[in-house]
Design a protein around this ligand. Structure first.
Ligand SMILES: [Cu+2]
Length: 124
């Protein structure tokens, strides 16, 4: 549930303390329209150790889930949202919608997930 943990902050500080070129801030913003991401590559590629910020806008209430890093975020048309994480573990992680509209408030369960994009964390 929390999108930022003190241990990640500590890890970032340790990782980024010495060589200035090693770590980077990675920002991306996505707009969901008609239940999908339009006009954007479906994969966000970053390097391990990067701090990643993903901004979300939507035309319909949606509950987002970044698998692997296990970050959940509900975004509304009137209330854009942000995910922020330290990309500590390489891999390919699906980011899915757990429900749109009225279903966005429902608990995870019977309804289907829709994968919107992937976060790819490359090893250094
Ligand atoms: Cu999920």
């Amino acid at each position: 549930m929390p999108s930022f943990r003190p241990t990640w902050l500590l890890a970032t500080l340790l990782l980024c303390a010495a060589p200035p070129t090693l770590c980077a801030d990675h920002g991306a913003s996505y707009r969901i329209a008609e239940r999908r991401i339009a006009a954007k590559p479906p994969t966000l590629r970053v390097s391990a150790g990067d701090v990643v910020t993903i901004d979300w806008r939507t035309d319909e209430t949606v509950r987002l889930h970044l698998h692997g890093y296990d970050i959940e975020l509900t975004v509304q048309p009137s209330a854009p949202g942000q995910m922020r994480l330290l990309a500590h573990t390489p891999g390919r992680y699906p980011l899915s919608a757990h429900g749109f509209g009225a279903a966005a408030g429902a608990h995870a369960g019977g309804h289907a997930e829709t994968t919107l994009m992937y976060l790819e964390v490359l090893p250094r």
